[in-house]
Design a protein around this ligand. Structure first.
Ligand SMILES: NC(=O)c1ccc[n+]([C@@H]2O[C@H](COP(=O)([O-])OP(=O)(O)OC[C@H]3O[C@@H](n4cnc5c(N)ncnc54)[C@H](O)[C@@H]3O)[C@@H](O)[C@H]2O)c1
Length: 257
């Protein structure tokens, strides 16, 4: 139980990567406070007796600061001690050539993926400072170290996450608060299926061809599993990771491009 009694906040944690992480961290002893806009997923988690008083799910839109403030108020009704924030929220954004994309597409992607992380961090810092130590994990992407043709808003947002991580690690180091970014490669699941479909349509090629292209982008030629991200979160939050800060760590089977 390497995370016994750790209290962890996860944004957009009711499905996908965030939910996989929530289950792993909970199994290793942590209490989870997650939020999401997916009403049915939030309801389902709260209705599951296995998670009672262990995983708390709240409705909260990462695009709305007022809802984030209310989310933190709700957490503080249960505990004042927070050990970690996982900034997991992130939308795929549009698929298309730069000259075809709209201002609105760009604005929404940056709002959720960059400003969303800022807002959760802003409201978590006072609690982490009170705790006199802690960890912030920002979920970026390998799109944050490579280019990503047809996904310029997403790639830009994920590069921004790395700049934010480095800066926050410098500001917060003296408070023993560590800040790191995790950069997943392509994760097998609903979201990547949608991305592959959109990319195949945009390029006029088969989905199989796009899928092969994604796989050949790493020397291990593998899809990443949702659980792979939760396992790295667990290490970074635990005492084993207590001197790791300001780092961008890829989980991508050795990405080549
Ligand atoms: N899936 C991948 O292949 C992949 C690869 C690299 C990085 N990532 C990153 O990992 C993170 C999680 O990805 P995922 O695949 O689980 O995402 P996802 O698209 O499956 O969505 C996960 C959750 O986010 C919630 N959500 C969306 N907008 C929200 C908002 N404004 N406020 C609150 N909740 C919101 C959804 O309801 C959903 O429950 C993201 O930051 C993503 O960019 C994913």
């Amino acid at each position: 139980m390497i995370l016994k009694n750790k209290n962890i906040i996860i944004s957009a944690g009711a499905t996908g990567v965030g939910w996989a992480a929530a289950k792993i961290l909970h199994n290793r002893g942590a209490n989870i406070f997650l939020c999401d806009i997916n009403k049915s997923a939030v309801k389902k988690i709260n209705a599951n007796k296995i998670y009672k008083n262990k995983i708390y799910a709240f409705l909260c839109n990462a695009d709305e600061e007022k809802e984030i403030i209310d989310f933190f108020k709700n957490i503080q009704k249960i505990t004042n001690k927070i050990d970690c924030l996982i900034n997991n929220v992130g939308i795929s954004g549009p698929t298309g050539l730069i000259e075809k994309l709209s201002y609105k597409d760009w604005e929404q992607t940056l709002k959720t993926n960059v400003i969303g992380h800022f807002l959760f961090t802003k409201h978590a810092i006072p609690m982490l400072k009170k705790n006199k130590s802690g960890s912030i994990i920002n979920i970026s992407s390998t799109a944050g170290i490579y280019g990503f043709p047809l996904r310029s808003p997403y790639a830009s947002s994920k590069w921004a996450t790395i700049g934010f991580t480095k800066t926050a690690a410098m500001e917060l180091g003296k408070f023993k608060i560590r800040v790191n970014a995790i950069l997943p490669g392509s994760i097998k699941g609903v979201r990547m299926n949608k991305v592959i479909k959109a990319q195949a349509k945009s390029l006029g090629v088969s989905e199989k061809k796009v899928e092969q292209e994604f796989l050949s982008a790493s020397s291990m030629s593998c899809w990443i599993e949702e659980n792979d991200i939760g396992k790295l979160c667990s290490f970074l939050i635990s005492d084993d990771g207590n001197k790791i800060s300001g780092q961008s760590i890829a989980v991508d089977g050795n990405g080549l491009r």
